[in-house]
Design a protein around this ligand. Structure first.
Ligand code: HGY
Ligand code: MN
Ligand code: MN
Length: 412
């Protein structure tokens, strides 16, 4: 499975993945998913929002145990972020069949569309639409860097953009959603556990800063006469780092767009996207407020106009303790809050928070959700260098199989 998926959407130069929503690479990933479902005799569905489902048993029986993740990537993302959860779900089902497990509840494997928001700027579009956290109108307003709207992109990929929207009936079928994901950090690497359980997801969001100045000649315009938005942008990036350090949070300007983007032209406009995350809402608000204040102060000195737009936001997610602790018991640990420090109780499975967003976080508002993390020896993610050891991936499949068996199967 892994080897069949690996070449899809991989850039030969960077060796990173470019699997953006509703592109050809996304379509090839979707075909891969459908083939895996068919190969296992699973009932395949694609829902009104383009999320894919592979069912074992009767979905209408309700109280289903669902697992899965996403297949799309960030620009030049790694091979594991998303796909490890989907591949491990199919492999865990194969394992359960090898064990002769008998299912007492329906089981589904899901691929949620556009989790990374790499093309249209909003994270978790497929799961947000399903959970009613994004309206059809809001989704239709999404536009990519080439001016292609989300509806146009969906239509070109053969999907009906007017069908998208909340899907409460579908979510009502779900009794529990468990997402396996490569850890995007090194907490597990500090323990001798290849698998951990998620406790929480930090609140996080994306803000677009538009710095509007005055285009002019780089060679003939006196410094005093300039209204250069690049200066304001640069000062804001440095202010973001200071604000994050002061607050024990994170802040990143990872994407910037310059108009007209000419070497010998003072820009008319610089657009910078801030990604900021913090352990709680108050801290996150304080960081973003400080960054915006610093940007406004500098804009005033540079004669630059500033507009700030929040493009994506996910509040803190506290995974429900009952499901979390049941999973910890299945995996053989005490679990119940075995300490935020993953190494706190060596006998138990580590329970750890994360600053990375996930579909399990979005769906947590509608259904009981949980996450399993697979050890990432370097912690690197959102990079072609992202990697997990095969033994740890196998341990993840076995752990997911144990969890699915414990939740969905008759105790044999
Ligand atoms: O950005 C994130 O936290 C996730 O990878 N979408
Ligand atoms: Mn990601
Ligand atoms: Mn992910």
């Amino acid at each position: 499975m892994w080897r069949e998926l690996a070449p899809i959407g991989r850039d030969p130069g960077s060796r990173g993945y470019r699997r953006y929503a509703w592109t050809g690479a996304d379509g090839d990933c979707r075909n891969w998913f459908r083939t895996q479902a068919a190969d296992r005799g699973l009932r395949y569905e694609v829902d009104r929002n383009g999320n894919q489902w592979a069912w074992l048993g009767d979905p209408d029986a309700g109280n289903a145990v669902v697992t899965g993740s996403h297949l799309d990537s960030v620009p030049d993302g790694g091979a594991f972020d998303g796909p490890l959860g989907v591949v491990s779900s199919f492999a865990a089902l194969d394992e359960l069949r090898d064990r002769g497990a008998e299912f007492a509840r329906p089981l589904a494997i899901a691929n949620f569309g556009d989790e990374e928001g790499a093309r249209f700027g909003l994270a978790c579009v497929g799961s947000r639409l399903a959970a009613g956290q994004l309206t059809r109108e809001q989704a239709h307003a999404l536009v990519d860097a080439d001016g292609v709207t989300l509806p146009q992109a969906m239509e070109r990929a053969g999907y009906d953009p007017d069908a998208i929207g909340a899907d409460p009936e579908r979510l009502a079928r779900i009794g529990a959603f468990v997402e396996l994901h490569i850890e995007q950090g090194r907490a597990l690497d500090l323990t001798d556990h290849p698998v951990g359980i998620a406790s929480a997801i930090w609140p996080h969001g994306r803000w677009r800063f538009d710095f509007a100045g005055e285009a002019n000649h780089a060679g003939t315009t006196r410094l005093a006469d300039r209204r250069d938005p690049m200066l304001t942008y640069a000062a804001t990036v440095l202010a973001a780092r200071r604000a994050a350090e002061d607050a024990g949070a994170v802040a990143t300007f990872g994407k910037v767009a310059v108009e007209p983007n000419g070497v010998n032209a003072i820009p008319s406009l610089v657009r910078g996207w801030l990604d900021s995350r913090a352990v709680d809402q108050g801290t996150l608000d304080a960081v973003v407020t400080a960054v915006e204040a610093a940007a406004r102060e500098r804009a005033g000195r540079d004669g630059v106009e500033l507009a700030v737009v929040r493009e994506s936001f996910t509040p803190v997610v506290d995974f429900p303790h009952a499901l979390r602790d049941e999973i910890a018991r299945i995996l053989g640990g005490s679990g119940s809050g075995s300490g935020s420090d993953p190494g706190s109780d060596p006998g138990s499975v580590p329970v750890l928070g994360t600053g990375a967003g996930h579909d399990a976080g979005i769906l947590s508002a509608a259904v009981p959700t949980a996450m399993l993390f697979v050890r990432n020896p370097t912690g690197v993610s959102h990079s072609p260098a992202e990697h997990a050891a095969e033994d740890d991936c196998v341990a993840g499949v076995r752990a997911l199989a144990d969890v699915l068996e414990g939740l969905a199967c008759r105790s044999s």
